[in-house]
Design a binder for this molecule. Structure first.
Ligand code: ADP
Ligand code: MG
Length: 448
């Protein structure tokens, strides 16, 4: 028996679904896709939804089936099947072979190659990602994208997935974070569905895109599953791309896995140069259809050096405040809101605090870890690097630096000597120290 959708309760529940989706997916996806959906009626266990054309329902089913079903279940307080009517005709559900394989639904449709700004800092990672998504057959495998927080790793991984699916909508792409994977493993154990998980990752999947693989650390069961999936995919020439904010060898993972990450190609993303930061801001402003004066873009870009996410955050704040207060986007307004970092920051050497902060963030540690007593390699190397940089970039003495790390001067001397020696032999370390120097200096670049 069909119940008319005009009932207030149902309309409210549907609105609740939309706001739930907005929280999960972000406003623009919901705006683009779900605002075109009209709630028609509830028919038994089917929620009948109308869309202007088949393309819309197919895109939604392909990309958002799981979040949609979950939000419907939450808002309607029971499990319902979405049944689509396109242009007045029942629309066919997703192709049968896609059933049980909603691997790509998490792809963010707005993170594509088209929306990715290329500069010297990310050129190589961009080219490698493009190559992976376009070159058929085997090239380097896996692709390992490395970079600090907020530099575009997730964006590139999504761009790869979106491009592959654009070229072949049936490509069985799985995109997820290592954390999501771990949750899937846990649930599969709990509900006794391990064979399904193995089927999905070892056999059905054609391209595996796994974000933030540092989350595999200290999760033995997840690791084991990942290891076997990796082998199955790799040996049959299927593509694997992973991202991490650490180098393979700095991961606290078994050697057999770290070695595998080194089989393919590693592409590093460095903090963007000033020009790239300005270009990213301009592009973002264009997308929001606001005019961003050059001097304001330059100001924001100068004071958010090391992280694209923060860069965008500053712009978002500025836009929100400017429209809220009805103030034009002027340099004066930007300075007022974002603080006048310029004069304070561009003179003199960096502080020990800043060095500790940058090194900690880059190594995915807390500053307290750098000062702490743990001796695991994960912390020892960043700590030594931080001490080395303090000695190199500031005028502080060994005892002064030691004091700020809770160590005596001999520890600092040892660390400095060690890193000095190691960077000669170890290209990765050298590159990492150079990146850190740039990040530390980056936050203090003067407007020119
Ligand atoms: P990560 O995964 O490395 O922490 P993200 O990929 O989440 O970083 O990037 C953070 C934000 O910055 C995202 O909104 C992303 O779209 C944006 N971003 C990063 N790099 C670029 C770029 N080169 N061009 C455009 N946007 C970028
Ligand atoms: Mg990320």
């Amino acid at each position: 028996m069909a119940i008319a959708a005009s009932e207030v309760g149902m309309e409210n529940a549907w609105r609740d679904v939309l706001s739930g989706l907005e929280r999960r997916l972000g406003g623009s996806d919901v705006e683009t896709w779900f605002r075109q959906v009209e709630l028609l009626r509830l028919d038994g266990d089917a929620l009948v939804l109308g869309v202007p054309n088949r393309y819309v329902s197919e895109w939604i089913v392909d990309n958002y089936r799981v979040p949609l079903e979950e939000e419907i279940e939450r808002a309607f307080r029971r499990r319902l099947v979405a049944s689509w009517v396109a242009d007045g005709e029942p629309a066919t559900p997703a192709p049968a072979e896609e059933d049980g394989f909603p691997g790509h639904f998490r792809l963010n449709p707005s993170q594509t190659f088209e929306t990715f700004v290329v500069g010297a800092s990310n050129q190589f990672a961009h080219a490698a990602s493009l190559n992976v998504s376009e070159a058929p057959g085997r090239t380097y495998n896996p692709l390992y994208i490395f970079g600090g927080v907020g530099l575009g790793k997730t964006h590139l991984l999504n761009a790869i997935g979106n491009r592959i699916r654009q070229r072949n909508p049936r490509a069985r792409v799985v995109y997820l974070s290592a954390e999501d994977f771990s949750n899937e493993v846990i649930n599969s154990i709990r509900y006794n569905r391990m064979d399904q998980l193995q089927e999905k990752y070892r056999r059905t999947c054609e391209v595996l895109l796994m974000d933030d693989i540092q989350f595999l650390e200290s999760k033995p069961r997840t690791l084991e599953e990942f290891f076997h999936s990796f082998n199955a995919l790799h040996s049959s020439g299927r593509r694997i791309c992973v991202t991490s904010d650490r180098y393979p060898k700095d991961l606290d993972l078994p050697d057999r896995l770290k070695t595998r990450f080194e089989w393919g190609l590693r592409a590093d993303i460095l903090p963007p140069e000033l020009e790239t930061r300005v270009a990213i801001l301009k592009r973002r402003a264009d997308a929001e259809q606001v005019h961003l004066p050059d001097e304001v873009a330059m100001y924001i870009a100068t004071h958010n050096a090391s992280n694209v996410r923060k860069l965008e955050g500053s712009l978002t704040n500025l836009l929100a405040f400017s429209s809220f207060h009805g103030r034009p986007l002027s340099l004066a307004f930007a300075k007022e809101l974002l603080g006048d970092f310029g004069e304070k920051r561009d003179a003199g050497p960096p502080s020990i605090e800043r060095i500790q902060e940058v090194v900690a963030r880059f190594s995915n540690l807390r500053v307290a870890d750098l000062k702490g007593n743990r001796r695991s390699r994960v912390q020892t190397v960043p700590r030594q690097v931080a001490m080395y940089l303090c000695r190199k970039l500031t005028k502080h003495s060994f005892p002064e630096i030691g004091e700020r790390f809770g160590r005596d001067h001999s520890t600092v001397m040892h660390a400095v000597r060690k890193i000095d020696e190691d960077i000669v032999k170890d290209a990765d370390l050298r590159q990492r120290v150079e990146t850190l120097e740039r990040m530390i200096a980056g936050g203090r670049e003067a407007t020119s």
